[in-house]
Design a protein around this ligand. Structure first.
Ligand SMILES: [Zn+2]
Length: 132
């Protein structure tokens, strides 16, 4: 019974959604073309009026300063324009890892391994020179 009721309720929501989607609205700002920067979303106000929200452009996720050929996009960061970055919380700008929010995990791993190997080579060279 509850299941049927929930389906009916969902159906009602769906019908309402279709009503909102198909209703005709007009832009609220000056530009009257469907351009990339003039995207809208139809919303019902609490007063029952149908109006539009102007949406902001989507930003690509940060690429970071990873090594060449990585090209991986960084996760866990908020996707905003760079002028908004300063106003974000620290946890929205970074991930808690060395070089978090700047390099991807694979690149950090590679750097650590590389640094370790370089140190090892130095030690081996030192030992070899002492033997001679
Ligand atoms: Zn990377």
């Amino acid at each position: 019974m509850l299941f049927i009721f929930s389906i009916l309720n969902k159906n009602k929501d769906f019908i309402n959604l279709i009503k909102v989607m198909s209703a005709r609205v007009s832009y609220r700002r000056h530009v009257s073309y469907n351009t990339k920067s003039n995207k809208i979303r139809k919303v019902k106000t609490p007063g029952g009026r149908l109006t539009v929200l102007h949406l902001k452009k989507k930003v690509k996720s940060a690429n970071g300063g990873c090594e060449e050929g990585c090209g991986q996009r960084l996760g866990g960061l908020k996707r905003v324009r760079s002028n908004k970055l300063a106003s974000l919380k620290k946890r929205e700008r970074t991930v808690s890892r060395a070089y978090g929010g700047n390099l991807c995990a694979t690149c950090v791993k590679n750097r650590i391994i590389r640094a370790f190997l370089v140190e090892e080579v130095k030690i081996v060279k030192k030992v070899m020179s002492q033997k001679k």
